[in-house]
Each structure stands twice: as structure tokens, then as C-alpha cells.
Write a protein that binds this ligand. Structure first.
Ligand code: AGP
Length: 605
């Protein structure tokens, strides 16, 4: 949802800004631009399209300045074009702004400004900001910014420069992420997300809503919304720059799929050991009557697995809510309701709003998130970190597996606490959990060849169906989403038993149907559903255990996963489906890491 960066120091700003933007390109990639200050003047270069186009354009320009800001855009207001690209100037080209978020009252502000004679040169909501700065500036830029943000309704992370003080950047946020990096002596940074400048620093200030940072090469000063200077703690990041690189893989997505065994080890470290699960880092409410899971996209599909896991292991009723619906509903949350919000980025606008609504209604919120210091991390009452390391590809893979594993851990911990899981059953289940990293490695090794073949076979199909029952249905939803988002093949997931109530009409000769059959108690039912689609000409790809002979005999293609206790099959099942989506997208020539119309971190509604 747009990435913003800023640099001020002793080196030429443009190449450093471009490096930062490259790291943030996952946030948006339909146009990009940078502005660099020098001698009471700000030079701006922007270009529609991916960052490479901007890079090309930069070759013929001389940007010498040592302070600058940059932006990579995911269009919300105004289609992708040079004109709508950020940064945006006021008419006199004095104030320049990059923005991530949405100014909801921009129409009203634009009208007011137009009536005062201001002329607009883009269709963006952002452009009202530089004009407002020009309107309110009275010798003190910080003061002008505070006045302007008072007028704004919506979400924003802004970086602002002024041509008469071209060595300073101001940064301010409301409901959109923004960090300030403290670099080596004489160099400082701002960014939407930490990986932008991990190469240069591990020390960041994480701005809170309403705070404003004044950043120059020599110092960083932070003020609250009333303009008083405040002291903030430095947040020291323990990710290193390499973790945010491709490390020899052709795409981030492939790297992140392969990182899953390690991610599983990390999430369980010091939490799960033979015979023991320790989640004392979380202060659970004394009594939990019901659980509400709130999340978007892949995180919500992990939540759907979580529902089955938690209900089976704890017998506490669980409901899964899509955050964009939840936030505009009037949910019934009792004082003994535990709300679990799930978010890789910790910045998804709808999930954050769901968290706030739940707290407003008096519920306690536990967050499952990957990004330490994110808004969701800071606002939730309790946090269970996913510890998956930076996830850069737009399609989530390792974070999903970590989310599902957190539900296993939560289920086992609460199930034991509630007295639902016996000591011996608990030990057996923990053993299953501890085997997951090893088994996940095996799944990757043993299936890469099969899925490449399947990608070859089905690369030209227009539709695909994913079916399953119980947790396998939740996995079908995630498998279908992966295929859709990166290969652009229309894929639908159905609860296998529901197909005959309408959707079966779409199954015809040659349509691929991925049938997930890992829940042993209901394998016969899955067999009937496989037969139903086969009878209509579908080509069935079954994901199952090697000893499930009847499924293997009926299916056209088999993806085998290692035998594991039913509820724990989720992580192993999703890996081949991620790989299948990856190789299919690759065969179709799609941009795997940056699929069209999408962005990694959805910080707008
Ligand atoms: C995942 O492949 C998707 N691109 C998307 O559905 C994502 O999971 C969703 O936007 C939620 O993101 P979050 O986990 O960062 O909140």
C-alpha cells in the first residue's frame, strides 16, 4: 500500500533512496518517484511503472543532493501515471510530499483550496497536502505540518521537505506505519517498513499515531501532536539485511517456501519441548467463554484452520471473522471473549480496526503477528510473535505456516489448561508438533518434481477447484488463493460436500480439481466427492497420505504428504499447494513476487 523512504546524510541521496524503495517495492509497484533537495531547490523525478523504469530515467538526470524522499505507489486515487506518481509539489514548488494512506476528506479540502485559487495537477488525494502546507506555512514547517494534519481525515504516513531547508525531512503518521532509522554518525533514514534500510542500520524509532519527527543528518527530534518534544526508546531489530535478500533463489516466494522448516523451528523454540508446552509469555484471561478470530486474506484462512484446531483441542466455541466485515458489524463480545487478531504485517488496516473495535467493546485481544513493533503488536493486549523472519513476496507462505502452528500451540496449551487434553494425549500431540519442521523439509524435497509436472500440465487451464472437508477445506481456501493471486487462474475452494449444491455444474471435462484428503475419519466422504467430480470429467490431483490407497487409485495425480495426526496435517498440506501455485505462475510468465493489482501490506481500507 505504497512505500515511503527518506535519507539525509553525507552521501548522494538518490542511490540510497532507490535501494530503500527496492526493498519496499512489495508495498506497491505501479509507479515511483524521488525528490532530492539542494541549494534551496528540490529536484523531482517520477515515472509510471515499476522501479526499473524510474531507475532508467535517473540515469540521465543529475541528482546531487544529500537529502531526499521517495515513494513507490499502489494507486488508490487516480490511475497509475507519471502525473499521479508521488512526490507531489505545491504550485510554487516549495513543499514536497510523499504519502502512504488515504485522505478521506480530500474532495472537500480540494474544493476549499480551489476556491482560494490553488490549481491541482494530479487526481490524487495526496496533492491537497502540499497546497495546504503552502497555505498554512508561516515560517515554521513543523508548525505548518501540525496545522495541516489537524485538517486531514483518514490515514497517512507522510514525509515532507521544504525547498528553503533542503537538508531536513519531516515525518508524521496516523494509522499508517512509519519508522525513523538512526544510522551511523551523520546519516538518518525514514521508511514505511524496517527492511528498507536494514542494510544501513538496526536502530529504529517506531513512530506512534500523531507523532512528528524532524530528521536531519546530525539529529532526530520527535514531537507529540501538541508539538512537545518527547523521548522515545530505540527499537533494535534482530533481523539482518541478508534475511531480507533472495539468497540465490529466483524469487522471494520460492525462498520463503523453502524457509518454512526453519520458520517452524523458530516459532516453537523455547515454547515447545518433548512433553511440555510453555506459553506463559501470554497472560490468558482466567475464563474464556468464546474465541473470535479476526483477520484478512491468508491470515483469515489460517484462522479457519485455527477454528477447527481450537474447537477440537479446547472445546471452546470459535468464530472466524473477515476483518473488513467485523469492523462494520456490531459483534457480541462478552468480557470472557478472547479476540485473536492474526496479521503477518501487523499493519493491515481492517484487522487493526477490528482490534480497536474489540477493545472498545471490552474484549481482550491477543495478536498473532510477525512484525515486532507494528501497530497491531503495539496495540494488542497480548502478542504471540510468529518469528518467521521478513516475508517479502506478496503471496504469504511461511507466515501462513507459522500462523497455523501458533494455533496448534494455542490449542495444545489451552486444551491442557482446560483439562480437555490428557497428559498422555498431550505428549503424543507435542511429539507431532515437534516433527513438523523435519516433515516440512521432506514435503519440499519429495514434491517439487511432481508439482513442476502439474504446473506444466495445468498452466493453460482457466478454472480450477480445490475441495476438502474440515481443516482440509480451510487449506483448500488457502491453496486456491495462492493459485489465484500469482497465476491469475480462476480458482475456487469448496467444502467438498457443498459442491453438489450448485458449483458442480461448473465441473467439466479436463477441469483440475485439487482434492485434499488428510482427515482420516472422513476419507470415505472425500472419496464420494472425488468420484462425483471424476464422473463429470475432472482431472483430480489428490493431496493425501501414501497409505490411503483408494484415493490414490481414483485420482489422476497424487501428492503424498507424510503421515501425521489429523489436525496437524495443515502445514504439510499447504506446502505442495504453494509450490504448485509458484511453478504455475512461473510457467505462465507472471510476476510471482509482485502480482498485478496487489500489495503486500494493505494499510488502506
Ligand atoms: C496473502 O497471500 C495475501 N497477499 C493477503 O491475503 C494477506 O494475507 C492479507 O492481506 C493479510 O495480510 P496480513 O497478514 O499482513 O494482515
Amino acid at each position: 500500500m505504497c512505500g515511503i523512504v527518506g535519507y539525509t546524510g553525507c552521501k548522494k541521496a538518490a542511490p540510497i533512496l532507490m535501494k530503500g524503495l527496492q526493498k519496499l517495492e512489495y508495498r506497491g509497484y505501479d509507479s515511483a518517484g524521488i525528490a532530492v533537495g539542494r541549494d534551496h531547490k528540490i529536484d523531482v523525478i517520477k515515472k509510471e511503472g515499476k522501479l526499473d523504469k524510474l531507475k532508467e530515467k535517473l540515469k540521465s538526470s543529475m541528482l546531487e543532493g544529500k537529502t531526499g524522499i521517495g515513494h513507490t505507489r499502489w494507486a488508490t486515487h487516480g490511475r497509475p501515471s507519471d502525473r499521479n506518481s508521488h512526490p507531489h509539489f505545491d504550485e510554487k514548488q516549495q513543499f514536497i510530499v510523499v504519502h502512504n494512506g488515504i485522505i478521506e476528506n480530500y474532495q472537500e479540502l480540494k474544493e476549499e483550496l480551489k476556491n482560494k485559487g490553488y490549481q491541482f495537477s494530479s487526481e490524487t488525494d495526496t496533492e491537497v497536502i502540499p497546497h495546504l502546507l503552502s497555505e498554512y506555512y508561516n515560517g515554521d514547517l513543523r508548525d505548518a505540518i501540525l496545522k495541516v494534519v489537524e485538517k486531514l481525515v483518514g490515514s497517512y504516513a507522510l514525509a515532507v521537505m521544504y525547498s528553503r531547508e533542503p537538508e531536513r525531512i519531516f515525518a508524521v503518521r496516523q494509522d499508517s506505519p512509519l519508522v525513523v532509522g538512526r544510522g551511523a554518525e551523520g546519516e538518518n533514514y525514514i521508511a514505511s517498513d524496517i527492511p528498507a534500510f536494514l542494510e544501513f542500520t538496526d536502530d529504529f524509532y517506531i513512530l506512534d499515531d500523531g507523532e512528528i519527527a524532524e530528521v536531519s543528518a546530525g539529529e532526530i527530534n520527535i514531537f507529540n501532536s501538541s508539538g512537545q518534544q518527547i523521548n522515545k526508546d530505540i527499537f533494535e531489530v534482530d533481523w539482518d539485511a541478508e534475511m531480507a535478500e533472495k539468497n540465490g533463489y529466483s524469487h522471494y516466494m520460492l525462498k520463503e517456501i523453502h524457509e518454512q522448516p526453519d520458520a517452524l523451528r523458530k516459532i516453537m523454540k523455547n515454547r515447545v519441548s518433548p512433553g511440555k508446552i510453555d506459553l506463559t509469555e501470554i497472560a490468558f484471561p482466567e475464563r474464556i467463554d468464546d474465541i473470535q478470530i479476526v483477520a484478512c486474506g491468508t491470515a483469515s484462512y489460517a484462522g479457519r484452520v485455527g477454528k477447527y484446531v481450537l474447537e477440537e483441542l479446547t472445546r471452546i466455541p470459535v468464530q472466524v471473522n473477515i476483518a473488513s466485515e467485523f469492523r462494520y458489524s456490531d459483534p457480541i463480545l462478552g468480557e470472557n471473549t478472547l479476540v485473536i487478531v492474526v496479521s503477518q504485517s501487523g499493519e493491515t488496516a481492517d484487522t487493526l480496526a477490528g482490534l480497536r473495535l474489540a477493545q472498545k467493546k471490552g474484549a481482550r485481544v491477543l495478536a498473532l503477528t510477525n512484525v515486532v513493533g507494528s501497530s497491531i503488536d503495539r496495540e494488542a493486549d497480548q502478542v504471540l510473535y510468529l518469528r518467521a523472519g521478513p516475508e517479502i513476496a506478496v503471496a504469504s507462505t511461511k507466515a501462513y505456516s507459522a500462523m497455523v502452528t501458533s494455533f496448534y500451540m494455542l490449542g495444545l496449551f489451552l486444551g491442557k489448561q482446560e483439562g480437555i487434553i490428557s497428559e498422555s494425549k498431550g505428549k503424543e500431540m507435542l511429539q507431532n508438533l515437534l516433527c513438523l519442521p523435519e516433515l516440512a523439509s521432506r514435503v519440499i524435497e519429495e514434491n517439487e518434481k511432481t508439482v513442476k509436472h502439474l504446473a506444466d500440465r495445468f498452466q493453460n487451464c482457466e478454472h480450477a477447484f480445490f475441495i476438502g472437508r474440515n481443516t482440509d477445506y480451510s487449506l483448500a481456501l488457502e491453496g486456491a488463493l495462492k493459485l489465484k493471486e500469482i497465476s491469475y487462474i480462476h480458482a475456487e475452494a469448496y467444502a467438498a460436500g457443498e459442491l453438489k449444491h450448485g458449483t458442480l455444474a461448473l465441473v467439466e471435462e479436463g477441469v483440475p480439481v485439487v482434492a485434499i484428503a488428510t482427515r482420516k475419519g472422513i476419507l470415505d466422504k472425500m472419496m464420494s466427492n472425488i468420484k462425483e467430480v471424476k464422473a463429470r470429467g475432472a482431472e483430480v490431483i489428490a493431496v493425501t497420505y501414501s497409505d490411503v490407497k483408494n484415493v490414490a487409485e481414483e485420482a489422476d495425480y497424487i501428492i503424498n504428504i507424510p503421515e501425521i495426526e489429523g489436525i496437524f496435517s495443515g502445514v504439510l498440506t499447504i506446502i505442495p499447494l504453494q509450490l504448485m501455485a509458484y511453478y504455475t505462475a512461473l510457467k505462465r510468465g507472471c510476476n510471482v513476487d509482485q502480482p498485478r493489482n496487489l500489495a503486500k501490506s494493505v494499510t488502506v481500507e
